[in-house]
Design a protein around this ligand. Structure first.
Ligand code: MOS
Length: 732
């Protein structure tokens, strides 16, 4: 089904099941520990051996020699495979770093060997017995030091496209020079780790030349394609199964060393192999959110209207890497006739930087929305009013191109009202409760709404049950549930009559879970398949599908009523389709919006910040399930607090690695850090986005939160911190 005209009234609009805050259908499996995560698939292949991955102990250079004799002779060892045993493997289409093979070391903890043994302990012990002789080379590990060597780039420049440029509208420099009120400030955001609960883990088994991997991956079709490419085998020979993913946040978008080395280890040992990347490998072996250095300049008239806005961002990555697109929201969030955005990319020899929850906007809003607060202060304007004054209903870089929906002003007004914004002291440091300096902060939230083609297969059985199959993943987001809700709504059956099967590469290719496109796009794919099934049902029953209604397990047309299952016959009835998107995404700017409000207390003596209250008001199209959507947003708000106050991969700039590579050293907020969170969804439908009229929301929740925290800290203390996270030493 091609979606290329705005959605009109359709079966989803009944909202009997969709739009209801139903519990997760996979909830009991998860809370009882019965949901099979990758490492726990004990039943899928007999005789599983254990793999353990050894990471390189240098940041840059090559391996001169490896001695595996002692490791191979160690108890229980079945196979030792080193990176010197094969040439450098091709990397997947989506990978920046090479995953295995050859003597060259691109980054610290790059996989250099896998040991397969009868037990986990034997594999780990033997890996420690491998002797490696390295030749170190000097590496580029310091982003600021590499700034002069950075190259202008663009997000989609790819290799050799030559598209890198500054984007300019009007004459920024002239307008900025003339503006009576200006800000020119530089901010830094650190490298951050996805730090999801479930590590990267895979069980791999070969049957002849056919490979099956039970793994943890957000994008099944990409993973399958890239695994085949890396191993040099046809994609048809690979099956990838990822029905439950214990968190990803972007860290599991692409193929990683666990899948490659489980497959290679299994082939070498002649046994199925299970392996998980040890927690310390996750920071340096896989991927992270890259650090940025961002310069923002804003000029405004005394009336508060922005006349000039510039945002330049520097980030680093391995050769052939991509920039952190931290300027993307600045192209779209506020009006202003004269504009400049630019990204620069430095080559670094640190581990691969790549997408982490709301790549681009999360670190971009961390700085832009603090800059907006600084401007409001200079203008002596309320920061809510300053943002509202500079709202725009059209894409500021493409006049006349409208947003499909844009309710930022309502988000801010409603948030201010609910949060009690009028109680905020206009002057910083103006509110003290005992030892606590108390302040409130606001930020706009913005995240683009991306749409992706997505397929599904639906089967109707004689009992009126519906089974949905798609390779969509559930990374803790609620995919199982919203897909079941969609099929139930479309086919007119109660939720209990729907079974959902996800994550298997033998199912139709879906949008996958990434970029907050998964919820809207994957359910739209199910919608398309169900439309086809409805037609097939009508045909079998000999009624006109346009006149048929599907309600309460029955098909009704004119004065005919038939149980839905009757159309299934003995063999069942199957329909498969795929939603594809036309040019609506180009004709309209599709984005999601939020108003984030935060109250903090800062200890006047120690500088410790405690978040006291948080509120997010979100405008993100139709909310398919307010309960799972709320969970997404409060999780994202929590992550935003992490970005503001705690999260930072500490770079060892001499040796080139992230030092705090575990959950003891990499701090994230816990429940005690987050006393009270509220989420409000505006009642919105977006007929431009899909037949579901929904949009993404899982990444919107983090966008702007960190800045709201930083702005609240400034309101509490008068201290403006531009280098994140705001640890207490920066407030003293
Ligand atoms: Mo998201 S960073 O595209 O999983």
């Amino acid at each position: 089904m091609k979606f290329d005209t705005p959605a009109t009234t359709n079966p989803i609009d009944q909202l009997k099941v969709v739009g209801k805050p139903v519990d997760r259908i996979d909830g009991p499996l998860k809370t009882t520990g019965m949901a099979p995560y990758a490492y726990e698939r004990h039943d899928v292949a007999p005789d599983q051996a254990y793999g353990h991955v050894l990471g390189a102990g240098i940041g840059k250079g090559r391996i001169a020699a490896m001695d595996t004799a002692v490791a191979k002779a160690a108890p229980g060892v079945l196979a030792v495979l080193t990176t010197l045993d094969m040439p450098r493997l091709e990397k997947g289409q989506m990978n920046t770093a090479f995953l295995f093979g050859g003597a060259d070391i691109q980054h610290y903890h790059q996989a250099i060997a896998v040991v397969v043994a009868e037990t986990f302990e034997q594999a780990r012990d033997a890996a420690a017995m491998i002797q490696v002789r390295y030749v170190r080379e000097p590496g580029r590990f310091d982003l600021a030091a590499e700034a002069p060597n950075a190259k202008l780039t663009s997000a989609d420049s790819g290799e050799g496209s030559g598209a890198a440029h500054e984007e300019r509208i009007g004459d920024f420099e002239a307008a900025f020079a003339q503006a009576p009120v200006t800000l020119d400030a530089t901010y830094t955001t650190p490298d951050e780790s996805h730090a999801m609960m479930e590590p990267h883990a895979t069980i791999a088994a070969w049957e002849g030349d056919r490979l099956t991997v039970w793994t943890s991956n957000q994008m099944v079709a990409w993973g399958r394609r890239d695994l085949a490419k890396t191993l040099g085998i046809p994609a048809e020979k690979v099956r990838l199964d990822s029905p439950f993913v214990g968190g990803g946040f972007g860290g599991k978008l692409f193929l990683r060393a666990d899948a490659v080395l489980a497959a290679l280890g299994a082939r070498t040992a002649g046994r199925p192999v299970k392996l998980a990347l040890a927690r310390p490998l996750m920071a340096n072996n896989t991927t992270h959110r890259p650090a940025t250095i961002q310069r923002i300049r804003i000029g405004a008239g005394r009336d508060g209207r922005i006349t000039a806005i510039a945002h330049e961002s520097l980030s680093g990555d391995l050769p052939d890497g991509q920039p952190e697109t931290a300027v993307s929201q600045t192209k779209l969030l506020y009006a202003g006739a004269n504009r400049l955005t630019a990204m620069r990319l430095a080559v670094l020899d640190l581990p691969e930087g790549n997408a982490m929850r709301a790549p681009g906007e999360a670190p971009g809003l961390m700085t832009l929305e603090v800059a907006m607060d600084e401007m409001a202060e200079r203008l002596e304007m309320d920061p809510v009013e300053f943002r509202i004054l500079n709202d725009t209903q059209e894409d500021p870089e493409h006049p006349g191109r409208r947003f499909s929906q844009r309710q930022l002003v309502r988000c801010l007004r409603e948030g201010a009202e609910r949060f009690g914004w009028n109680r905020r002291a206009a002057k910083p440091g103006g509110h003290r409760e005992g030892r606590w300096l108390v302040g409130m902060g606001v930020a706009a939230g913005f995240r683009n709404n991306l749409v992706m083609a997505s397929g599904a297969r639906v089967r109707l059985d004689g009992g009126g049950g519906v089974t949905v199959e798609t390779d969509m993943t559930d990374i803790g987001t609620g995919s199982y549930t919203i897909i079941a809700q969609t099929a139930a709504e479309m086919m007119g059956v109660p939720l209990e009559k729907v079974a959902v099967r996800l994550g298997d590469s033998s199912f139709p290719v879906s949008a996958g879970s990434g970029g907050q496109w998964g919820g809207n796009s994957s359910t739209a794919g199910v919608y398309a398949a169900c439309m086809k099934l409805r037609e097939a049902v009508a045909q079998r029953l000999g009624v006109n599908s346009a006149e048929a209604s599907f309600v309460d397990g029955e098909v009704r047309a004119g004065n005919r009523v038939a149980p839905l299952g009757q159309a299934a016959g003995v063999d069942g009835l199957v329909a498969e389709d795929r939603i594809e998107y036309g040019d609506l995404a180009k004709r309209y700017q599709q984005s999601t919006f939020a108003g984030h409000f935060v109250e903090v207390g800062v200890d006047a003596a120690t500088g410790e910040t405690r978040v006291r209250r948080m509120l997010a008001v979100c405008a993100a199209g139709r909310i398919l399930n307010p309960k799972s959507a709320r969970s997404q947003v409060i999780g994202a708000m929590t992550m935003g607090v992490g970005a503001a106050l705690m999260e930072e991969l500490a770079v060892d700039k001499r040796h080139g690695f992230f030092v705090n590579h575990d959950l003891a050293g990499y701090e994230v907020p816990v429940h005690a850090d987050i006393p009270h969170q509220d989420v409000v969804f505006l009642d919105e439908v977006d007929p431009i986005s899909s037949p579901m009229k929904a949009k993404g929301v899982g990444e919107l929740g983090i966008c702007g939160v960190g800045a709201a925290v930083a702005n609240a800290i400034h309101n509490a203390t008068g201290v403006r911190v531009r280098d994140y996270p705001i640890t207490l030493d920066k407030l003293l």
